[in-house]
Design a protein. Structure first.
Lengths: 114, 110
């Protein structure tokens, strides 16, 4: 199993550009989520999904969209990039959404917005 | 509220010294998870604690859950260079999402 994969690994955007961060998992996990990690602030939840066709907002959803058309894929879209979105983005998955399951993380996407 | 306070933010130790990080909550926790993130890497699950007073060991790592289930600690005995990284605790929030502490960065002095 590849586990959780993310592309790209690095990305530089100009303010106002849009892009999609890709995330895929091959563990047949129902629950997937996107986090951003900023220095000294731990991980903050952006959006999550408890199954195909179902998504919900996390702690910091503004400026981001998600969709979940299949169990495997959970892309994150930046609508109009801003310098405040410079961060490391992690996708994670777990078997269920009960909050007691192990979360498996992808390698991350390091995004810089100029 | 639901936040978890994790201290210290950084800890510098000589190789061979011990390391401890603490997570504290103002409310009772249903469970606590611990993760390790190596520099440039992603968080990796270490363990989950669910019972009051629970103590679990993984080689040189000892995890404790307080009797009141409001705090937890991770203690590393005789640190090695492979222990370098940031250690996070995370609790389950009211909507079943994980809420993360800010992490404690373990730095080994040269």
């Amino acid at each position: 199993n590849a586990g959780v994969t993310q592309t790209p690994k690095f990305q530089v955007l100009k303010t106002g550009q849009s892009m999609t961060l890709q995330c895929a998992q091959d563990m047949n996990h129902e629950y997937m989520s996107w986090y951003r990690q900023d220095p000294g602030m731990g991980l903050r939840l952006i959006h999550y999904s408890v199954g195909a066709g179902i998504t919900d907002q996390g702690e910091v959803p503004n400026g981001y969209n998600v969709s979940r058309s299949t169990t495997e894929d959970f892309p994150l879209r930046l609508l109009s990039a801003a310098p405040s979105q410079t961060s490391v983005y992690f996708c994670a998955s777990s078997y269920s959404n009960r909050g007691t399951d192990t979360q498996y993380f992808g390698p991350g996407t390091r995004l810089t917005v100029l | 509220g639901q936040q978890v306070m994790q201290i210290p933010q950084y800890q510098h130790v000589q190789e061979g010294e011990d390391f401890t990080t603490y997570c504290n909550s103002s409310t009772t926790l249903s469970n606590i998870q611990w993760y390790k993130q190596r520099p440039g890497g992603h968080p990796v699950f270490l363990i989950q604690l669910v019972k009051s007073g629970e103590v679990k060991k993984q080689k040189r790592l000892t995890f404790q859950f307080g009797e009141a289930k409001k705090n937890s600690s991770l203690h590393i005995t005789a640190t090695q260079t492979t222990d370098v990284g940031t250690y996070f605790c995370a609790r389950t929030g009211s909507n079943y999402q994980l809420i993360w502490g800010a992490g404690t960065k373990l730095i080994i002095k040269p």
